[in-house]
Design a protein around this ligand. Sequence first.
Ligand code: MIC
Ligand code: SF4
Length: 641
Amino acid sequence: MPNLVEKIIRAHLVDGEMVAGREIGLRIDQTLTQDATGTMAYLQFESLGLERVKTDLSVSYVDHNMLQGDFRNADDHRYLQTVAARYGITFSRPGNGICHQVHLERFGVPGKTLLGADSHTPTGGGLGMIAIGAGGLDVAVAMAGSPFYVPMPKVMQVFLSGKLPEWATAKDVILELLRRLSVKGGVGRILEYGGPGLASLNVPQRATITNMGAELGATTSVFPSDEATRAFLQAQGRDDDWVALGPDPDAAYDERIEVDLSQLEPLVACPHSPDRVVPIGDLVGQRVDQVCIGSCTNSSVVDLEMVAAMLKGRTVAPGTSLTISPGSKQALTMIARSGALADLVAAGARVLEAGCGPCIGMGQAPASGATTLRSFNRNFFGRSGTADADIYLGSAEVCAASALAGAFCDPRSLGAQPEIVMPSAFVIDDNMIVAPPKDGAEVEVLRGPNIKPLPTRGALEDAVEGELLLVTGDNITTDHIMPAGAQILPFRSNVPALSDFVFARVDPTFPERARAAGGGIIVGGENYGQGSSREHAALVPMYLGVTALLVKSFSRIHQANLLNVGILPLTFADPADYDRLQQGDTLRIGDIRATLGAGANLTVEDVTQGFSIEAECQLSARQMAVLLAGGALNHSKQATK
Ligand code: MIC
Ligand code: SF4
């Protein structure tokens, strides 16, 4: 009997069989993009030559590149707004909020599929959607009406029992799962939440959990659509979007894990990985220099009202800076009307505009060697913008308590928790959401000088030879490969400029060495490319001439992005061979087309050391065609010839 995941997937299955690990093609109902990935995604969409998107709904958000230090980000905003109008895409103006928060509030529909050019798209699973993050090109292709291909995941049931005790939060549910399963624990899986504990969690809480399922490496996470979902949609004035959806009573799952909510306590993730989770008690008393509350994980009106209630009548500790970035215009409007905003400001909080802000290092870089505690989802090395700062992650409650104390503080020491319930009516005003005209043919798409043409490459070569440019360790994130932040993000539509920053925080000599060597090969450990969906982490190395990646294992989105730009995504047949390869060696991979065609392992020759090893490259027929064409754009242009 089907579980909820199988029901939604079956209803959208256009290709393949629902057998775990096999590639399936899904019909995509809705797409979303944000400005840091969106410029590239729409350039790619334009190159597909269509007149209008073919989805039920496609929304373009502006939430990441909000610091307008010069013309670049503003030019991108203008491009995004005009290209949206041209091709039938709804546009969420800068200031309207973070894509995932706004999409949940205004557009998410239980039972639908959502593909987003951002890894936290699974936030929509809090409403009962199958919401998946992907590279911009995959989203562009979905906007063109083609299916989205993904390996059919295993379904893991997360059985929730009990009820959260005071001061334990939805954030602690997902931190507990990260503690138990690690940042690799969700790879190849969808987490389906169930059990008697569900009923006590409202949609904003559920969305916190599904949002940060991305940090488990999961394909996505999903909650049933039940009375709590109905209450949220009603409060958003969207009663008609509600349908009851859940697993069959005797549904089967590939795996099961149980979380007793009543046993949870406030938890904190330590630098530099979201799975380095400890109880708050282990850190109490240690100095905290900066606290940042917001991000797509914890910036709903419920979170902000809670923080305001905790800060009311008090002052943030003198040595600590507190920033608050509301998730949406709706949330900001509501705390303004309730008076909570005044309480935050009076307490000394630095209130920022609704957007990603410090989460992606767009401003508010902490001081040298500082400790920064954030209600966000990622604490990867260097992400705050200060290389030697330590980033910790916790609930909005732990953050607020610690901002007051100037040190890690267990909120349970503050007495009773303020009672904040989800509003029964949200303030609804979609005046910052621009619907596209019925016919966009006459709209002029405006491009600034920072928007450079897409880099391209030819068909895949039959042999590649090159220098082993870099050997990296396990769990390398896209923030290592292609960092973000205020200095770099403005170049997301300018690949030549961006190429100066590849691996900037790991080895700043990389771009120069890659250029001098005329490209080459990179070796990595487990879970290479985890984190963000940014296709720039594949596209820009391709531009620098990287032809192959040889690793112990890949993250799903990054592997797809590598294929999409025609980089060979190889895994070690014997992971022990990882230790034999040395940076600087010359590697040679020959007879690529015939070997891949025969489904055999490729031979990687270490010309310098004089030995050979085997590499796997298991691809579906579709993936093979994409790779051989030299990437997805070449492939789809060939297909439409
Ligand atoms: C992130 O949280 O890392 C980002 C910035 O939202 C990315 C997208 C990007 O790099 O533009 C993501 O999560 O996919
Ligand atoms: Fe924005 Fe941070 Fe969420 Fe990424 S994780 S979408 S940067 S708020």
